[in-house]
Design a protein around this ligand. Structure first.
Ligand code: ZN
Length: 398
């Protein structure tokens, strides 16, 4: 394993180095499943003494399990170590227009509990009691283990004048920068707020089709549209956590008027709100309650795609040209048959730098992490912040 490189670590900061080394060791064990101290010394390039000290510390905290020594060979028998699933937990919330989904994850990333609450365009004040109640309810189920914190994912973009919480795809009352601090105070644990497409991208990386990918874009079609960017094996979230918020990217000059004041924004063509508008329904309808198998609905979808597909092709051409990804995933709350039809209709894609005959993956693929992917990703971000050296930076924006 390549040792992670750090930038701008001025001087010697023993505590910082210790935390970093803990994460390096935990990530190595997580990826391998089981490793011995000798394996860790070899894989991480840390000294045997450092590995030994950190392993002892993690074992005392209940984060690592120590298994029976392996027999055979000469000298001291090697002792395998693994992550203790009960060593820690995190909770992820996906707040969206019609529901709040919450999941409780253990340290191995397995779902221990899940809750779905029906809501209607919840403001932060509406959602706060539900978040507090669900967190307490989950906490009561935990017998032991550290509680790493709460990740909350919701539609972006955040804090952009004229774009945040405007129109049918926005949620109001979430753009107050003190929200994370308030939640942290109420819950007494770290709180991370992330946009839904970025959290979904982490969900796909850990639980879906992207587990082997190190450069991909994830288009998440919700009420609006966002993209998550996973570049050079890490999430890219930009200076203000708005990277990939492509919903208001102009794709059709002089096109449809948008609530943001521009014309021809991508999500005016490709989003659940755009589909509902096309079908003549208010944008606040919940598509989950629809009979998507009816002939009339399917015909309506086909006509919608006539308009949506060219706009999305344009966006795909831009994303491929700028980012040179291995693939682009598409998922979200559109029913799967519609997502599959959309992917089918996108062909032929516009030519771009991604038009290569030696491709390992198709240019466009369906995401496979399922409807909880955003909540799973939000919870996983909290755990990764603890156990992976690459995700610590995500916590520094609050
Ligand atoms: Zn717009």
């Amino acid at each position: 394993m390549k040792k992670a490189t750090r930038t701008a670590t001025a001087g010697t900061n023993a505590e910082h180095a210790r935390l970093h080394n803990r994460r390096v060791i935990l990530e190595a064990v997580r990826l391998a499943g089981r490793l011995t101290r000798a394996d860790l010394t070899r894989l991480t390039s840390l000294t045997a003494q450092t590995v030994s000290n950190i392993v002892t510390e993690l074992q005392e905290e209940g984060i690592l399990l120590v298994h029976a020594a392996e027999k055979g060979g000469r000298g001291q028998p090697p002792v395998p170590l693994s992550i203790n699933p009960e060593g820690g937990y995190s909770i992820g919330f996906h707040v969206e227009q019609h529901r709040i989904i919450a999941v409780l994850l253990d340290l191995l990333g397995q779902t221990q509990a899940q809750v779905r609450l029906s809501v209607s365009y919840p403001s932060f004040e509406d959602a706060l009691p539900m978040i507090l109640d669900t967190t307490r309810q989950f906490q009561q189920q935990l017998s032991a283990g550290r509680f790493f914190g709460v990740g909350i994912a919701l539609p972006g973009p955040f804090n952009v004048e004229g774009m945040t919480a405007v129109g049918p795809t926005g949620l109001s009352g979430w753009d107050d920068p003190t929200i994370a601090a308030r939640l942290n105070k109420e819950l007494g644990v770290p709180v991370l707020i992330e946009n839904d497409a970025t959290a979904a991208t982490m969900g796909e990386r850990l639980y879906g089709v992207a587990s082997d990918l190190h450069n991909f874009v994830h288009l998440f079609i919700g009420s609006g549209l966002g993209a998550g960017l996973y570049l050079d094996n890490r999430l890219y979230s930009g200076s203000w956590h708005n990277a990939g918020e492509i919903g208001h990217m102009t794709v059709i000059p002089n096109g449809k008027t948008c609530h943001c004041g521009n014309q021809g924004c991508l999500e005016r063509y490709i989003s659940i709100a755009a589909l509902l508008e096309h079908l003549g329904h208010p944008a606040d309808h919940d598509i989950a309650e629809w009979d998507t198998t009816s002939k009339a609905f399917q015909q309506g979808v086909e006509v919608w795609l006539d308009e949506a597909v060219p706009a999305l092709r344009q966006a795909i051409n831009i994303l491929e040209s700028v980012l040179d990804p291995q693939t682009i995933l598409i998922s979200g709350f559109l029913p799967e048959p519609i997502l599959l039809r959309l992917i089918e209709r996108l062909e032929p894609l516009s030519r771009s730098i991604s038009s290569r005959s030696d491709r390992e993956y198709p240019r466009i693929q369906l995401g496979t992490a399922g409807p909880d992917t955003v909540a799973l990703g939000a919870a996983a971000l909290m755990i990764l912040a603890e156990i992976s050296p690459h995700y610590e930076t995500l916590l520094k924006s609050e």
